[in-house]
Design a protein around this ligand. Structure first.
Ligand SMILES: NC(=O)c1ccc[n+]([C@@H]2O[C@H](COP(=O)([O-])OP(=O)(O)OC[C@H]3O[C@@H](n4cnc5c(N)ncnc54)[C@H](OP(=O)(O)O)[C@@H]3O)[C@@H](O)[C@H]2O)c1
Length: 307
């Protein structure tokens, strides 16, 4: 059984990945400030910025690293640019270099926000299209990709956008819609922001496949299609039997957000599809998988790990 070190194991992606794959891999999850208990995998509590990457790898001795830890909140990055740079840019490169030295497979998680969202066209952004980050978050993540690949050319960089259940119940857009709509609260949904988001269980499944294929370089790991955030809200309401008219279409320009968002993040996934050798899930497939996991009690299990 391969041993995998997952940083950000208390975060939305890291925790879901560790939970879904704790029987397939010998999982070592790195958690920092979030207090969790009853996890079905081993954890190390560690602030990555004040502990050496070499010591962490000496302790965990992984075959694979899935690096999910980041300052992933866009507005927090605007307020704390130095910390954002430390965790989103510098640390990933240092960890990737250590992984290269020890011949540990390194998977780094990046973002669709490296593009400005101005002209992706119907076919979406490809991996080698010119990037243009428009927020501190995006800038630090793009530099992180570059530093990772410079330090470790065999690394895999997965650009992603995903949703699912988080420990706090408010990390992802699906939770925003679900929490409000289930309580009968009206919500705004951006009708001019498009994305190719993927349910986190599909994302975890594809990352697992990419580990098996020993893939390297940049991959877009997204849904095969796209929709607006407004439509996403409406589809959640319809699937869960909430009132879809509670979702009001608005422009992101009227959203009162601190940091600029890229409006049109349609992503091209041909490269990924080619290496996987099968079709990718679309938005509806993702919603069905999310719904199925909900019915099976995933939300309660993820939130039940919070101390
Ligand atoms: N969510 C999305 O839709 C989305 C979209 C595009 C890209 N991404 C990328 O996907 C990755 C995972 O995002 P996410 O949404 O799962 O993040 P998240 O829920 O915000 O979790 C962030 C994780 O990073 C950990 N972390 C932050 N600073 C740390 C430090 N100094 N030392 C140790 N751990 C630290 C946190 O640990 P504690 O909580 O224990 O402190 C937490 O586990 C990130 O690279 C993000 O940029 C996410």
């Amino acid at each position: 059984m391969k041993r995998i070190l997952v940083t950000g194991a208390s975060g939305l992606l890291g925790l879901n990945f560790c939970y879904f794959f704790h029987k397939k891999y010998d999982v070592f999850g790195v958690v920092n400030t979030t207090k969790l208990s009853g996890l079905p995998f081993k954890t190390i509590r560690c602030n990555l910025l004040t502990n050496s990457a070499a010591d962490l790898l000496d302790e965990a001795k992984p075959d694979v690293i899935l690096h999910c830890a980041a300052m992933a909140n866009i507005d927090q990055c605007e307020k704390n640019p130095n910390e954002a740079e430390a965790i989103n840019t510098i640390y990933p490169g240092l960890l990737a270099a250590q992984a290269a030295k020890r011949e540990i497979k390194f998977l780094h998680i990046s973002t669709d926000a490296v593009f400005d969202g101005e002209n992706c066209g119907e076919n979406g952004y490809r991996e080698d299209d010119p990037t243009n980050p428009i927020s501190r978050y995006a800038e630090t993540k793009l530099k992180g990709e570059e530093f990772v690949l410079e330090s470790n050319p065999d690394a895999l960089v997965a650009r992603v956008n995903f949703y699912g259940w988080s420990t706090g119940g408010n990390r992802s857009l699906v939770e925003f819609f679900y929490n409000n709509l289930s309580a009968g609260n009206p919500v705004n949904g951006f009708s001019d922001v498009y994305f190719s988001t993927l349910y986190v269980h599909y994302l975890a499944d594809i990352l697992d496949e990419l580990i098996g294929l020993d893939a390297s370089g940049i991959y877009h790991v997204f849904s095969s299609d796209y929709q607006s955030k407004y439509n996403f809200g409406v589809s959640i309401a319809e699937k869960f039997g909430f009132d879809p008219t509670l979702v009001h279409p608005v422009s992101w320009k009227d959203g009162g957000l601190a940091a600029k968002r890229s409006p049109n993040l349609i992503m091209n996934t041909e490269k990924l599809q080619k290496i996987l050798g099968h079709n990718l899930p679309n938005q509806q497939d993702s919603l069905e998988y999310f719904y199925k996991d909900c019915q099976a009690g995933l939300r309660e299990r993820i939130q039940g790990f919070v101390k």
